[in-house]
Design a binder for this molecule. Structure first.
Ligand code: SF4
Length: 328
């Protein structure tokens, strides 16, 4: 995850809550991608360090556990940069220009000059971030599968060129599809920091309630007595994620018959959101800044050791080494 500052409920429901569960089944690596932040925010790096700490705190608050998973900072594992350089040598530029987010982001972030080499090449860095741990799976939502596909293509190309003792060095990771509900923000569009429509994981109860109060609803419900269509209302989408089936059915019926008001309806979703957020916020408050830094440092050390194992194989396969270094 890029260090863009405090995470919001869309980040939590779409990624973090899944990652927390994966820790029980897999050996997991989670990291804060501070180099990736530079691909778009290279001109002003003043917030990256503070944002990194905020994201790390949100990771821990959500329940990522440094005793079970490797939680680290990308820029502390220089092997990612080395693999990025090597994979960059074999990746055709056409593959990068075809990545959908390349053109989309250039359009969406028109106020930034994204004609830089780093932005074009970020999928190679992403492939390096993944392949350096020789993983079986990459947990992603539906909208991220294209990135994993490119990573698989890069691995395939590497394996075609280079082998170590006749064996492939970079296995093609598979997509592990995780449920990632599209959470609407307060303006009804996808919850996203760039739209300014988020509910943060750190928002206290009164702020959550206030934000929901101003959230858009079905425009047909102007007066309390107007009937509405829950399928046209983003608040109902929030109920689908945060409320039980009983409440959701009560909302759908009450909305269609004008049996409930929007304020009441929003109050119920706020209750359920606060219930999810409370333990997260309590856990967040239990960590000091020094502890978070130590966790990131320790995790980065573990990640470096694992990444170096892969790099020794990569260097040997590419014959970028003197024979005495590999013991061969
Ligand atoms: S009652 Fe609920 S679902 Fe219906 S329009 Fe109002 S906020 Fe939306």
């Amino acid at each position: 995850m890029r260090p863009t500052g405090k995470l919001h409920l869309g980040n939590y429901m779409g990624a973090l809550s899944n990652w927390v569960k994966l820790q029980d089944q897999y050996e997991c690596y989670f990291f804060i991608a501070d180099w990736h932040a530079l691909t778009t925010d290279y001109a002003d790096t003043s917030n990256i360090a503070a944002n990194t700490l905020d994201v790390a705190l949100d990771f821990l608050a959500a329940g990522l556990d440094p005793a079970r998973s490797v939680i680290f900072l990308q820029s502390k594992v220089l092997q990612h940069a080395e693999l990025n350089l090597l994979l960059g040598m074999i990746t055709p530029v056409g593959w990068l220009e075809r990545v959908p987010s390349y053109k989309d982001q250039q359009k969406n972030l028109a106020n930034k000059d994204l004609s830089n080499f780093g932005f074009l090449g970020y999928p190679v860095l992403m492939a390096s971030d993944i392949l350096i741990y020789q993983p079986q799976f990459v947990p992603v939502g539906n909208d991220q599968t294209a990135h994993v596909e490119l990573t698989r293509e890069v691995a395939r190309r590497f394996n075609q060129f280079y082998k170590l003792d006749g064996k492939e060095v970079l296995p093609e990771p598979k997509v592990l599809l995780t449920p990632s509900p599209q959470l609407p923000g307060t303006d009804g569009r996808k919850m996203s920091k760039s739209y300014g429509n988020t509910i943060l994981m750190t928002d206290p109860e009164d702020v959550v309630r206030q934000k929901l109060k101003t959230m858009v609803t079905d425009p047909a419900r102007v007066r309390r007595t107007d009937t509405g269509d829950p399928d046209k209302c983003p608040v109902h989408d929030l109920h689908k994620v945060f409320s039980d089936v009983f409440t959701e059915a009560k909302v759908a019926h009450g909305c269609r018959t004008a049996g409930i008001g929007c304020i009441e309806c929003k109050g119920w979703v706020a209750d359920n959101m606060v219930r999810v957020l409370r333990p997260i916020q309590e856990r967040r408050a239990s960590f000091t800044e020094a502890q978070v830094k130590e966790i990131l440092n320790n995790g980065s050390q573990r990640a470096r050791a694992r990444a170096e194992e892969t790099m020794q194989q990569v260097r040997a396969a590419m014959q970028m080494t003197l024979s005495s270094e590999t013991g061969k």
